[in-house]
Design a protein around this ligand. Structure first.
Ligand SMILES: Cc1ncc(COP(=O)(O)O)c(C=O)c1O
Length: 494
């Protein structure tokens, strides 16, 4: 099919398509092209128009097209050939090509069956393949499994029947106590044990905040760029996201932002995700005062504060809060292993009873045996020594990666020199197609994420998010050099 004709066809389909009102544009474009492919309007071997020209023809942003193409790539409908474009590679299943009548099931518009929440929740890319620099992945091969097994076995041998029940009161008390002691000392969190609730991780904690504190169409401020999973769970809860820029002092609300009153403010003050800056004292005060005067709640996501390699520990925002407006969230995904699905919230005193009830009514939390083993792990000092070991290992990986990427400065890229966390950011000029650079890296087995994918509002930043926690220390320099070459070559082309 000629490319202009294809654009016209897509335009007609997009204007006629029965899409749910809240389905995002990129999802509509994805659905329409996917249908064109499965219905053979675009048979295998056809080249798709460039993202730039398709964006122009359909009158949508290029990022919308890029996101749609990304999903088609992830799901194997199309493939990118370096230097020559994106081609349809989907083959009809045999029984459908043999007998055209049986094609009907392929025409089912999955998302039309879904609620707008369902559409928002299911529009994430489904490729979870982990490669050496994949952000958010940690090296749990170093987790002390024999010790953990011993602690779990000890609980099973003692078999306190109460630990087989679901958890009614915010989680296993000794674990909540151990977390409270840890947070008071290491994060300057101001709390009593009653305020600690055990959840199945940050994702569930944010979901609970959204469900219990907001109504459909309320506004939530998020940082731009922002942790995509937080953004998704807020959107799924029907919140209108308002993107607030970040600068080198963290979240930076402007006068016009203050006119859009939020019910929730989601922020990462100790280590802005993904860019890495620490929120300044002045900004913390500003945000706390604003939350108090506008009756907003602040969600403080303190996701990787254990991994600070240099300088003094950064205190929590919660510790400065005098009016009970901050809900502090932490997770065991990074220090233990992601599948443990345990995290915690520190709730302002006035919300504790409602959150305990809400957690029980909505989630029916359990896994108390694991909570008991984790309490022992912390109380017996294993948690502290495991963090020390990880900090040393990840610190070394970070140093090696920074050294091997230093050369990207020669082509105008800026490498973040963060002193904490598990990823680095290389920032590009805004003209650079960071999605393409990430694709080139993935073709060589180095999956990194484009910074533009984390951007929320108008302002699109370009760069790469590069995790260093997962790759083995001895491979970092070699892989880092490959990535540096890819970045240099791509930026020279621009
Ligand atoms: C900003 C941020 N918050 C929280 C988490 C952890 O979330 P969870 O506890 O749901 O695993 C991550 C994981 O990568 C993260 O990047």
């Amino acid at each position: 099919m000629k490319q202009l004709v294809l654009s016209e066809w897509l335009l007609t389909q997009l204007s006629q398509g029965a899409f749910p009102a809240r389905m995002p544009n990129h999802r509509r474009v994805y659905e329409t092209i996917r249908r064109a492919i499965t219905e053979q309007v675009l048979p295998s071997g056809n080249r798709l128009p460039s993202t730039r020209s398709l964006a122009q023809d359909l009158n949508v942003s290029r990022n919308t097209i890029l996101a749609a193409f990304d999903q088609l790539l992830d799901e194997g409908y199309v493939a990118a050939k370096t230097g020559s474009g994106t081609y349809v590679v989907y083959k009809q299943p045999e029984e459908f090509t043999k007998n055209p009548q049986t094609t009907t099931p392929l025409k089912i518009e999955n998302n039309i069956e879904l609620s707008s929440r369902g559409v928002a929740a299911s529009s994430a890319p489904t490729n979870h393949e982990v490669q050496p620099f994949t952000p958010g992945e940690d090296d749990y091969s170093r987790f002390p499994i024999a010790l953990w097994r011993r602690l779990l076995n000890r609980q099973w041998r003692a078999l306190n029947p109460a630990l087989l029940d679901s958890s009614h009161d915010g989680g296993y008390l000794p674990l909540r106590q151990a977390i409270a002691d840890y947070l008071r000392v290491s994060r300057a969190v101001n709390l009593t044990v009653d305020q600690v609730l055990i959840t199945s991780g940050t994702q569930q904690s944010i979901d609970l905040c959204a469900r219990l504190l907001t109504d459909h169409n309320d506004c939530a401020w998020v940082e731009n760029p922002c942790y995509w999973a937080a953004r998704r769970v807020l959107e799924v809860n029907g919140l209108q996201l308002h993107a607030v820029a970040v600068d080198n002092e963290g979240m930076a609300p402007s006068t016009s932002d203050f006119r859009v009153t939020p019910r929730l403010i989601y922020t990462t003050p100790s280590h802005q995700y993904p860019k890495g800056m620490v929120m300044s004292y002045g900004r913390r005060r500003l945000l706390l005062d604003y939350a108090q005067s506008s009756n907003a709640w602040i969600i403080e996501d303190d996701y990787d504060s254990e991994f600070r390699f240099e300088g003094r520990p950064i205190s929590s925002l919660q510790g400065m809060d005098q009016h009970g407006r901050v809900l502090y969230l932490g997770t065991f995904s990074k220090v233990m292993y992601p599948g443990i699905r345990l995290g915690y919230m520190v709730i302002p005193p006035q919300l504790v009873a409602s959150f305990k009830n809400g957690l029980y009514e909505l989630q029916r939390p359990g896994q108390v045996m694991i909570q008991a083993a984790l309490a022992d792990f912390i109380e017996e000092g294993h948690f502290a020594s495991h963090i020390r070991r990880l900090r040393q290992m990840y610190g070394e990986r970070r140093r090696l990666l920074q050294a091997s990427l230093a050369s990207v400065a020669n082509v105008g890229a800026r490498l973040s020199m963060v002193d904490s966390g598990l990823h680095l950011v290389v920032e590009f000029d805004e003209k650079v197609d960071d999605v393409r650079v990430a694709e080139l890296a993935a073709e060589l087995g180095l999956r990194v994420y484009p910074l533009s994918n984390y951007c929320v509002g108008e302002k699109q930043e370009k760069g790469l998010i590069i995790g260093y926690a997962y790759a083995a220390t001895e491979n970092i320099t070699q892989y880092g050099n490959v990535l540096a070459d890819i970045i240099q070559a791509a930026l020279k082309e621009n």
